[in-house]
Ligand binder design. Structure first.
Ligand SMILES: Cc1cc2nc3c(=O)[nH]c(=O)nc-3n(C[C@H](O)[C@H](O)[C@H](O)COP(=O)(O)O)c2cc1C
Length: 497
């Protein structure tokens, strides 16, 4: 890998150059790393009298300098399909370097000696990695390349980030969004819509397709190609700051625990200090456009992995020094052998069939989630009802209730993928009971979108439950379904009861 060695700058020189830049110095944005100007160095306090330490940072050629600045993080109320967790607030980020590409399988394999990806190809982004795999990769690559100090200290489930270290790291959620936007304030960095020729996603479902499904004349971007796989990194035009695939291909792990935003203005925020879910951003190859939005926040248990979840690297110290120490709430655990409940919602019967097969294998109790006012039995009508319910995050009233939920420690939760997420009755079910300390094993019947963002939706609703590995089944599944169910049960430590 070709390197560029950045200049070693002394404070006096920096101050001279800063004054030379004057008022015309850019406030934010991307600049070529090859021009080693003062603007590339972290801000320097003019009052600093001590002799500066000499720092040498090696920056790979495929990284760009993202110049710090202030931006509105989150989305405006007017943005279609925004989430309640995207409250706008002012954030200032310092300069950092970011990889222009998602980390490839070749890069991962070279450093880690293995390739966990489910979709194989050297130039495809690495995926199927947990958050812990991602930070281990950052540290291992810092060590492998020499001259860089590993950033993370890993103590079981607890990880601290040494902000004085200069090695590779994950972006913070704020850095990621700032870099993705590249100065834009629109839902995507491609402005108000995004096409399948601009990003790799579930192109049949462009932005705002949900409420324009039957009459597409008003759609800014018409349905396009669904590639059903990751593609080589850098296949589309980069954003305004030279970064490729910030929308789509694979979602990208960030440092932060998922949590409500602190809506005060902040500088270099690092997220909550404890939690169980880590943020990932940008959407992946099987996501709808609404889940590619610059402000959309996906969250996944740190121990879980997925065929559409990878990483992008950042290099460079933040101006804030010291350690960010955090505490994991819930570690992934195997079923403790307590009672299991299979709870499912089904509209046309596919999920019901899968639930019954699981019941046959496990002998667990089974419960169908039913509504006081069922959805229409007409397909076109239910499509419309479902998207409206999702848009307003409705909680339809349930007609039946689990007796003594307390007796179960594992809930196998089944549902059809509806508009790339959970049907809203599943939201009603999850809000009705206390899932603290319980394990949820999701199984999802789908028509091509696999889980969509349903796992994030579940994780956000019950952050204190342990979310195990999920099972996604195409419609009612094929001849292999019993084997797939057995493998899924084994992965989660569930044996026949
Ligand atoms: C309202 C509605 C929305 C749907 N949205 C999606 C989707 O976003 N992605 C997908 O892959 N399949 C989607 N489907 C297809 C269903 O997930 C699929 O047919 C599933 O097998 C239905 O399960 P069920 O028979 O248990 O209801 C949708 C179906 C309906 C009725």
């Amino acid at each position: 890998m070709k390197k560029v060695v950045l200049c070693i700058l002394e404070v006096t020189m920096i101050l001279f150059l800063l004054s030379a830049c004057g008022e015309n110095a850019p406030q934010s944005g991307m600049e070529s790393k090859k021009v080693a100007t003062a603007a590339e160095s972290p801000p320097v306090r003019a009052t600093g009298m001590s002799k500066p330490s000499i720092t040498e940072i090696e920056v790979p050629e495929d990284f760009v300098l993202i110049k710090g600045g202030t931006f509105n993080m989150g989305s405006p109320d007017s943005e279609a399909w925004r989430g309640d967790d995207e409250t706008e607030h002012l954030v200032t980020v310092s300069d950092f370097y970011m990889s222009i590409y998602e980390v490839t399988q070749k890069e991962y394999q070279e450093v880690m000696g293995n390739n966990p990806s489910t979709l194989s190809g050297e130039n495809l982004p690495v995926e199927n990695i947990t958050w812990f795999d991602a930070i281990a990769y950052c540290n291992a690559r810092s060590e492998a390349e020499g001259g860089l100090t590993p950033v993370y200290t890993i103590d079981g489930q607890n990880v601290s980030w040494n902000r004085d270290a200069n090695g590779y790291r994950l972006p913070t959620e704020a850095e990621w969004e700032y870099a993705c936007r590249a100065g834009t304030t629109t839902p995507f960095n491609t402005e108000t819509s995004i096409s399948a020729e601009e990003a790799n996603y579930y192109g049949h479902y462009p932005y705002e397709i949900e409420n324009n499904y039957f009459s597409q004349a008003n759609l800014e971007t018409k349905p396009g190609r669904y590639r059903q796989t990751t593609i080589g990194v850098g296949s589309f035009q980069p954003n305004g700051w030279g970064l490729y695939d910030m929308h789509g291909n694979v979602r990208e792990w960030c440092w932060d625990y998922y949590g409500a935003y602190n809506t005060e203005s902040q500088t270099d925020p690092t997220g909550p200090t404890s939690g169980s879910l880590r943020v990932n951003r940008g959407g992946g190859w099987n996501d709808f456009a609404k889940h590619l939005r610059s402000a959309y926040r996906s969250s996944t248990p740190a121990n879980n992995s997925s065929y559409n979840l990878g990483l992008r690297l950042v290099l460079g110290k933040t101006t804030a020094a010291g350690k960010v120490t955090d505490t994991a709430h819930a570690a992934k655990k195997e079923s403790s052998g307590g009672k299991i409940l299979i709870a499912y919602f089904s509209w046309s019967g596919n999920t019901r069939g899968i639930a019954r097969k699981i019941q046959k294998t496990t002998g667990a109790d089974i419960f169908e989630i039913e509504l006081v006012t069922p959805y229409s039995s007409d397909y076109n009508t239910v499509l419309d009802q479902a998207q409206r319910d999702q848009h307003k995050q409705a909680r339809p009233k349930l007609a039946n209730h689990v007796k003594e939920m307390g007796q179960y420690d594992t809930i196998m939760l089944g549902y059809p993928n509806w508009w790339a997420s959970i049907p809203m009755p599943v939201g009603s079910f999850l809000e009705e009971y206390d899932f603290v300390g319980k394990t949820i094993l999701p199984f999802c019947s789908h028509g091509g979108g696999r889980f969509g963002q349903s796992l994030t939706a579940i994780a956000k609703l019950v952050p204190d439950a342990t979310l195990g590995d999920g099972l996604s089944v195409h419609y009612s599944g094929g001849a292999d379904l019993p084997d797939e169910i057995s493998a899924w049960l084994h992965r989660n430590g569930i044996m026949k009861q």
